[in-house]
Design a protein around this ligand. Structure first.
Ligand SMILES: Cc1cc2nc3c(=O)[nH]c(=O)nc-3n(C[C@H](O)[C@H](O)[C@H](O)COP(=O)(O)OP(=O)(O)OC[C@H]3O[C@@H](n4cnc5c(N)ncnc54)[C@H](O)[C@@H]3O)c2cc1C
Ligand SMILES: *[C@@H]1O[C@H](CO)[C@@H](O)[C@H](O)[C@H]1NC(C)=O
Length: 483
């Protein structure tokens, strides 16, 4: 009986329309200044369908690049009246390439780049096709900013909808905590705004579970903050022999440091290197011109029992920090991770062992890496159900990343990432940051959303009852039978 219900529902969506919008009609409309159409036969198609992770080789039916919200509605009409599903792309940085799915109409928002700073109410309203480097380039001229991503090419769309954090977050909070309003094209093709007064449940869901299939977000309004013209940060590289002492010190220091410090700790092994490398990035929100900022990071330069590290201090605008960030050069990757519950002596020993056991390869860019992202201050200073972003309990987000240039070593780099993840499980909360999606998770619903998941299913049911927006890790409407 349940099977039958499901079949009828799907049938009712897929035989929805008698007036199909043809690709010719859509193309004619887009040609009047509303967007671009990239068909499979076009030379551009092959490069346009790939995002950050080239391990996935997905082939959409067609790629549509709308220039405005009405053109997004039209893209959705084209898909729905031709019995097709959609995949949605902003910056294309999804770790499991969820922004380009097989046999879908791929809606690529990269040309929707309007941005407006409003000084009167201190807000920035930006269309989702912007990248973070474009966002900060624009906002720096007004002396303002909002917490987002630290790499230039990451999209504001995907990052904002799943959490979002960079060096600004310990003081200003997660990106989701600074979203005041979103413009969304729903499954029935109507455009709505979601904020604290209107569509409040959708507003709650989109801030953390925004890639979960609630709609196509075309524009986001953020709270803006006055920024310093420049910030101090120090990139500090240690000897591998000191790994255990350094991580122990970093962890202990983090427990009592003020919110004005942000830390990013990383260990990696690239190419044929005999030993891994280890470094810490220490960022300060204090004044970089009077020594206050440097003083906050100074303890990391003289850790007791640790050889003098090599330090690369910089003082630059936050825009320059993001502009000079780079993507991994090896374009195929596996990402795994979880928030750590504690960093004990044993945790540290295991991390060291896992790093030393990582693959070696003749390709310089092949890299096995652990990132420990600090989540402190304002990032944790909210209840777990404040919005759909639940991960407010533990301060270290551990992300294991293996990236490699050719498929010949795929198995080694895959096995390593899986092993690293497993070895960490005694110290992991089991919660996984949804902005680093992993399609091998046993229960992504619980890992990404934990106790917020049941409410998300209810909200999905009211905004997309027929479960039109679907993908490997989208939230399911309660009207759809799952087992
Ligand atoms: C090199 C690199 C650096 C990173 N740095 C950071 C960082 O500093 N801080 C941080 O928090 N995270 C960081 N991340 C993770 C990042 O937050 C995610 O990869 C994020 O999903 C990227 O957004 P995007 O728009 O580029 O991705 P996309 O691949 O375009 O989208 C990601 C997901 O969101 C969906 N989606 C995209 N746009 C929309 C929309 N408008 N409406 C509805 N759904 C949409 C897609 O379908 C997909 O499922 C980084 C990732 C990489 C690869
Ligand atoms: C579209 O869906 C929303 C959310 O379910 C609903 O409130 C609205 O009435 C629908 N609009 C139309 C025109 O059907």
């Amino acid at each position: 009986m349940k099977f039958l219900t499901c079949f009828l529902l799907i049938a009712s969506i897929l035989v929805a329309s008698t007036h199909a919008l043809t690709l010719v009609q859509l193309t004619a409309n887009y040609a009047t200044g509303n967007g671009r159409v990239i068909q499979q036969k076009d030379s551009e198609f092959n490069s346009a369908r790939f995002g950050y992770n080239h391990r996935y080789n997905r082939i959409p039916t067609v790629i549509l690049q709308p220039y405005n919200t009405a053109a997004v509605q039209l893209a959705l009409e084209y898909a729905q009246t031709n019995n097709l599903r959609v995949s949605i792309r902003s910056g294309g940085h999804s770790a499991s390439a969820l922004s380009a799915l097989d046999d879908t109409v791929n809606i690529d928002l990269q040309y929707m780049k309007n941005k407006v700073f409003n000084a009167a109410d201190m807000t920035i309203t930006a269309q989702t096709g912007n990248k973070w480097v474009e966002m900060y380039e624009y906002t720096k001229d007004f002396g303002v900013g909002t917490p987002g991503g630290s790499c230039p090419s990451v999209g504001i769309g995907g990052l904002s909808l799943g959490g979002g954090a960079n060096d600004l977050s310990t003081v200003f909070g997660h990106t989701v905590d600074n979203i005041l309003e979103l413009e969304v094209v729903l499954a029935n093709r109507t455009v709505v705004v979601a904020n604290a007064q209107e569509n409040t449940d959708l507003y709650w869901a989109l801030r953390g579970a925004g890639h979960g299939g609630f709609g196509i977000v075309t524009q986001i309004k953020y709270k803006a903050y006055n920024m310093r013209p420049t910030y101090y940060s120090n990139w500090i590289q240690y000897n591998w022999n000191d790994f255990e002492a350094v991580l122990k010190f970093v962890n202990e220091f983090s427990q009592t440091m003020p919110n004005t410090v942000n830390l990013y700790f990383t260990a990696w092994k690239s190419g044929a290197a005999a030993t891994p490398s280890v470094a810490l990035s220490c960022f300060s929100h204090l004044d970089p011109t009077n020594g206050a900022a440097a003083a906050q990071c100074a303890p990391f330069l003289t850790i007791p029992g640790v050889a003098t590290p090599t330090a690369f201090p910089t003082t630059q605008s936050y825009y320059d920090t993001v502009r000079t960030g780079t993507d991994p050069k090896a374009r195929r990757s596996f990402t795994k991770g979880s928030f750590l519950t504690e960093i004990t002596k044993q945790t540290i020993r295991r991390i060291k062992m896992v790093m030393e056991d990582s693959p070696s390869s003749p390709y310089t860019y092949n890299t096995a890496r652990l990132n420990l992202y600090w989540q402190g201050g304002e990032m944790l200073n909210r209840p777990r159900n404040y919005n759909a972003y639940v991960h407010r309990s533990h301060p270290w987000n551990a992300v294991w990343l293996s990236s490699y240039v050719t498929s010949t070593l795929e198995e080694e780099y895959h096995d390593w990432a899986k092993k690293a993840d497993k070895k960490m499980s005694p110290y992991s909360s089991g919660e996984v940051y949804q902005n680093y999606p992993d399609d091998e998770l046993d229960c992504w619903e619980d890992s990404y959303y934990a106790e917020n998941y049941p409410r998300l299913r209810q909200i999905k049911t009211s905004y997309d009852p027929q479960n039109y927006f679907t993908g490997p890790q989208t939230i399911k409407s309660l009207n759809v039978y799952t087992y």
